[in-house]
Structures are given as structure tokens and as C-alpha cells.
Design a protein around this ligand. Structure first.
Ligand SMILES: C[S@@+](CC[C@H](N)C(=O)[O-])C[C@H]1O[C@@H](n2cnc3c(N)ncnc32)[C@H](O)[C@@H]1O
Length: 289
């Protein structure tokens, strides 16, 4: 039940006017989950490498130094965009609906990427030093950025936190921003995120709740939409993007057993095979034809 206490706290913070800042204080000084450790950073670096590989395999025929990358939902420490810079990406536009990036956390990422040089004193300095434009708060549903102005869209562990209707709008906006021939590389973590905090929970635990019950637990600060892999892929196609890579991970045998033992909410009982329901991480690449 530890997870319910955490959910209640985040739900409370989520409805406060300065909830985002209070959550930062909580994550940094109480939960001590920020700054994330070096192993988390290395995992994010590997995700940036996967996005760059997707650009090289499916994006336009343009060197990454000349390409414009766009990432939505960049978070606190800008670990992925700074990894992109270290990998040679020349220009980046970053958006986040919350102005979560913090200079001290960005400098923590920079300290782990020695090739990028020393710390910054402000987020504005990222433009001059790394070609990174950080735009927040800015909603990825409607950025106001010029149409067909980016070569590549990436997103990492964000879509699972966005309500389904908002996600449809975000994918349409990605389509609008991409130049024809541009590519979108996306990673989505479909596991119940409270299971990371409370090891007694199955990674599918949240599938047992009706939408009404889940609404009571869900917090604006840690929203989880519970969409499954086929739902995301449908939204991508409906936005007019063409899927060129679909890479679901899981479920393994243990995952299938956990699913079988779980009293699924009606919403998840029909309409999905156990294989579809149990996907833990979904990566895909789609192109704008
Ligand atoms: C879990 S964090 C992921 C952070 C980062 N991508 C990483 O891997 O470290 C999800 C981020 O998505 C952002 N986000 C959620 N909805 C958004 C929207 N409609 N437009 C832009 N950003 C959004 C949140 O504010 C949050 O910073």
C-alpha cells in the first residue's frame, strides 16, 4: 500500500498552484530520486543512441550536424538532448508543458558528458553552446512552431503520461512539424510506474482498476493513461504517419503468469490478446511520407 501513499501525495501536490516546484523539492530532498544516478544517466544515453540510429536508418539523408531534432517532454535534467549534442546533433528544439529543467540538474548531466565541457549558468546558454532551444512551458499539442520545420521527432518515456485525446493531438502536431521524409522515434514505458516504487506490486497492477477508480488515484504530476501497445500504434497511424519499425518488448513468461493471476478491469478484459496487453516497453519509428 506504500504506492497509494505516494499516489495520494502526488495527487495532492498536483492540484496545488506550485505543485510542480513542490514536487521537485520532494523528489530532490525527500525521495532523493534527483539528480538521478550515473546508471540512470547511462540508460538515457543509450536511449539517445537508439534515437540517433533511428534517424540514420529512417530519417532524411542529411548529416546529424545539419539536422533539426525536436523532442517533446524533455523533463528535469535534459539528459537525452545533451546526449544528442554529444553524439553530434547540431540543432534541437525542446518543449515541455512544465518548465521542469533545472540548471543544477543540467549541470549534473553535463558533468557526465565530459566532451561537452563545463557547466552552464543558465538554460539560455544551451542555445549558444549546443544549439539547444529549450521552450517551456509549451504544450506539444500546439507548439506554434512553423510547419515542416524539423527533420526528426523523438520522445522518451512521455506518451504513457499523456491522456489519450491529448496524445492524438500531439501526434498530429508531430506530423505538422516534420518535413516530408522526416522520422519520429518514440519509446513508451507501459508498466505501472508505481511498481518501481513498491516492489510488492506487479508491473501490470494498474490494469485491475476501473477507469473511475483509477481516476481517483491518478495525479496530474504522475498521470498514467494505461493505453496498451495497439492503442498507441493506432493513434500514430491516425495522425497520418507511416510506421516503419514496431518493437514491442515483453511480456515474458513471468509477465504472462502475472497477467493471468490479475483480476483485470473490464476495459482490459476483451479486445487485447495477452501478448498485446502485456507489452512492457514499446519502441516505434514512423515517417511522414
Ligand atoms: C516522465 S517525464 C520524461 C522526461 C524525459 N523524457 C526523460 O526521459 O528523462 C515526462 C515529461 O513529459 C512532459 N509532458 C507531459 N505532457 C506534455 C505535453 N502535452 N507537452 C509537452 N510535454 C509534456 C512532462 O511535463 C514531463 O516533463
Amino acid at each position: 500500500m506504500r504506492w497509494l501513499a505516494k499516489a495520494a501525495l502526488q495527487r495532492g501536490l498536483g492540484f496545488l498552484p506550485r505543485g510542480e516546484s513542490l514536487n521537485y523539492v520532494f523528489q530532490r530532498h525527500v525521495a532523493r530520486s534527483l539528480p538521478a544516478g550515473e546508471s540512470v544517466f547511462r540508460r538515457k544515453f543509450a536511449r539517445a543512441e537508439q534515437h540517433v540510429a533511428a534517424y540514420e536508418a529512417h530519417g532524411p539523408d542529411k548529416p546529424i550536424a545539419d539536422a533539426v531534432f525536436y523532442e517533446f517532454g524533455v523533463g528535469w535534467d535534459l539528459a537525452i538532448p545533451l546526449s544528442f549534442a554529444a553524439l553530434g546533433v547540431g540543432h534541437q528544439v525542446l518543449v515541455d508543458i512544465r518548465p521542469s529543467a533545472r540548471v543544477e540538474l543540467v549541470n549534473h548531466s553535463l558533468a557526465l558528458l565530459e566532451q561537452l565541457g563545463g557547466p552552464v549558468t543558465s538554460l539560455a546558454e544551451l542555445a549558444e553552446r549546443f544549439g539547444i532551444e529549450y521552450l517551456a512551458p509549451l504544450d506539444a499539442r500546439a507548439t506554434g512552431l512553423p510547419a515542416e520545420s524539423v527533420d526528426f521527432v523523438s520522445s522518451t518515456d512521455v506518451c504513457e503520461h499523456v491522456p489519450a485525446d491529448d496524445l492524438a493531438a500531439i501526434f498530429l502536431e508531430c506530423h505538422r512539424l516534420l518535413r516530408p521524409g522526416g522520422a519520429f522515434s518514440c519509446r513508451i514505458d507501459l508498466q505501472d510506474h508505481y511498481s518501481y516504487f513498491d516492489s510488492s506490486l506487479s508491473r501490470y497492477n494498474f490494469l485491475r482498476y476501473s477507469d473511475g477508480a483509477w481516476r481517483l488515484v491518478n495525479s496530474p504530476l504522475h498521470f498514467q493513461n494505461r493505453l496498451r501497445a495497439p492503442d498507441y500504434l493506432r493513434l500514430v497511424r491516425e495522425a497520418g504517419l507511416e510506421l516503419v519499425v514496431e518493437k514491442p518488448s515483453g511480456p515474458d513468461e513471468d509477465g504472462l503468469r502475472q497477467l493471468e493471476a490479475l483480476p483485470l478491469a473490464e476495459r482490459f478484459r476483451d479486445g487485447y490478446t495477452p501478448q498485446e496487453l502485456g507489452v512492457t516497453v514499446l519502441s516505434f519509428v514512423a515517417v511522414r511520407p
